[in-house]
Write a protein that binds this ligand. Sequence first.
Ligand code: IFM
Length: 443
Amino acid sequence: MNFTRADFPDGFVFGAATAAYQIEGHSFGGAGSTHWDTFAATQGNVFKAQDGAIACDHYHKFEDDLDLLKDANMDAYRFSTSWARVLPEGRGQVNQEGLDFYDRLVDAILARGLKPFQTLYHWEMPSALADLGGWTNPNVGKWFGDFTDVIMGRIGDRVEAVATLNEPWCVAFLSHYLGHHAPGQRDIRATARAMHHVNLAHGVAMERLRARGQKNCGIVLNFDYAQPANDSDSARAAADLQDGIFNRWFIEAITKGTYPEVVLQGFEGHMPKGWEDDMAVINQPIDWLGVNYYTRHLMSEDVSAVWPAVKSEDDPLPKTGMDWAIYPDGLKHFLTRLSKDYVGDMPLYVTENGMAWDDDVVDGAVADPVRESFVNDHILAAKDAISEGANVKGFFYWSLLDNYEWAFGYDKRFGIVHVDYETQVRTPKASYHALATALRSNR
Ligand code: IFM
């Protein structure tokens, strides 16, 4: 790696991220069914119909996994707390085993001198609430607020920072318009509702967190760099619309209390009644913003499509195992743009950045040179953003472990640690060792 800790401001946090359903093993410890369990059990939705029942068995192996993080000289662990593990029916009866698990996990993080960065929702909508419409139901904000109170009542005294939601674009648009994630809907009205309710749920959870006196509260948004595929007005308009749906819809609502007009026009007639009255709840101060960044898309107009009539063109850049273009400048773009246009001096954390590759264990080792360059180049892009004035406070690699990559099942490996799903043996990859060496300096 071409950086050391000395290249970053004092206190800059390096860590790795995971999420509950992707690693824990959802069949353990009394967790309730989620919409991912049923989505995966439906033919054609997920690679080989795989689910998170066992995943990386982190539920039993979390101590070893935290040792891996510490041995990589990291400072922090970003994890999520599963709604359905804590409240198997989404509301009502609490699963004490679930609370106990997160209690043990947070203590084990702290015992290793690591900082716990919690995310409240990383996609485990309990099936009982999915039955009631999940993110399309206007009451989802209140249900989520109640879950927030239950879990923070147990671990809120020890976490360093908490994010309400992970990647609301995926929760709403990817899952209700594109249908790629649970619940697999493809319906514009459901999309408009989910797009608004996910922001409202963030606002309600923030109110609950503030009422509890919780410190360091924020949200994790994913940003995709939409660039015009060519020099035409129509390509520029397509990029702007894509940016509106993917990026501005969330950051603008949270920091300014408005939605981009170009997106509202497309949702005309489908937004929930009285949505305007919710904007004040959505637009309340946050303490930090999490930035997940993976790739860019080159956009053009799709003349054969209804709204949003956009499509992405082939990108000449090298690609990851997800076929995502590798474009570190996009991370710098967002960190500087966010600080200039939306959050000013508020702390920004790169809460996810990483890549999938077809990694194999050969003679007990995993060579992943493409990932080594990827991580290096994105960390240096964050450093450039800092030198241009962005208040970036940390960087979390996605992910500590190979894990359940949603609709791709276990077919895509994002980890700096390889997981053999048959034996649950962990093998740190070359990128893990390179990061550990870079982070050893000046600790
Ligand atoms: O695995 C996901 C994660 O759950 C959310 N952000 C993107 C990652 C890679 O697709």
